[in-house]
Design a protein. Sequence first.
Length: 383
Amino acid sequence: MYDFDKLMARENTNCAKWDAAEKGLLPMWVADMDFQSPPEVIAALLERARHGVFGYSGGCGGWFEALMQWMTKRCGWAPQREWISTGPGVVAALYMLVRALTEPGDRIIIQPPVYRPFYNVASSNGCELLENPLYFDGGKYRMDMEQLKQMVDSRVKLLILCSPHNPVGRVWSREELLALGQFCLEHGITVISDEIHSDLVFPGFKHRVLASLSKELEQNTVVCNAPSKTFNIPGIQASNVIIANESLRSAYRQVLRGSGLALPNVFAVAAVEAAYTYGEAWLEELLLYLEENYRLAGSFIAERIPELKIVEPEGTYLLWLDCRGLGLNDEELDSFIKGKAKLLLEPGTIFGTGGSGFQRMNIACPRSRLLEALQRLEEAVGG
Ligand SMILES: Cc1ncc(COP(=O)(O)O)c(C=O)c1O
């Protein structure tokens, strides 16, 4: 019913992904999709624009109701309305949360390879970043609980979890999340759970909201999610910050207000409510399309570029490509991908410790474009 094959020209639209790319390179880097958003989202934005008066927004009643129903239905967890605050994006919310919940000198744990801004967020507000790298058993990435036990002391105040995990594509299981959550509870560490990719999960896997796993975890977790990846509206700049714990919540709201960011953009209010209210059928089709794209990339690479390996994704539209078989160092690999394959991917080193030898490829694009990218890779490796 929806046309994900349609090739959208994105050049000259002030678009980071395409307009910042060097001419001739196929951009498959930053995490947005080359698809139009659900028609209902476009219609809601047009209707809001047609009204023509764009005064301050006030109240997000429709947004919050729609989000509560969305999460109840899709995640089996019903946040209460008063737990929800907004943010102008997840990254902005992460920075504000660090300001709200730490003192200079506190320590914050992240688990690389991970979404690059986590590094800067965890080093903000005078905090000290600690890394608990994931380990790769050759098939799957896992959280290293033993290493975590070694590194924790009373100065560790926060752990920023990426769930599902960008870039390695893990959808953490209930058991893994419970083990981590329990450990953090026992050590007085609050968890900020960045669940921005939670709607993008492949069949056979299930996203669990960390806060949904027990009443204690509900009180110890800040859930950040958003409609931005799900419905391809990151440029609308809207996110949700869901905090059951009253004192954590009021600390966040104080920083949000103190930053002058308490009132969301009027277009965000219209788009988010429409997306969560009417976007489900579109999302279901998108997920089938993305899964097919992943299968195409998987079989193409296995059959025609055996030097590369895909780390099997459980969610997200980001493929984590193991390029170590090419025998190149990171600098050589980057110039090979750009100069020879003519692709713009994200070098694994951007994601910090554990990223060496990998590249991240965004496959949320029409299949013909994905095929072109794969052919460019094949020719580059073969030639
Ligand atoms: C884990 C994670 N968090 C946050 C973001 C960005 O969120 P926002 O655009 O809402 O700041 C991304 C984008 O790729 C991401 O992967």
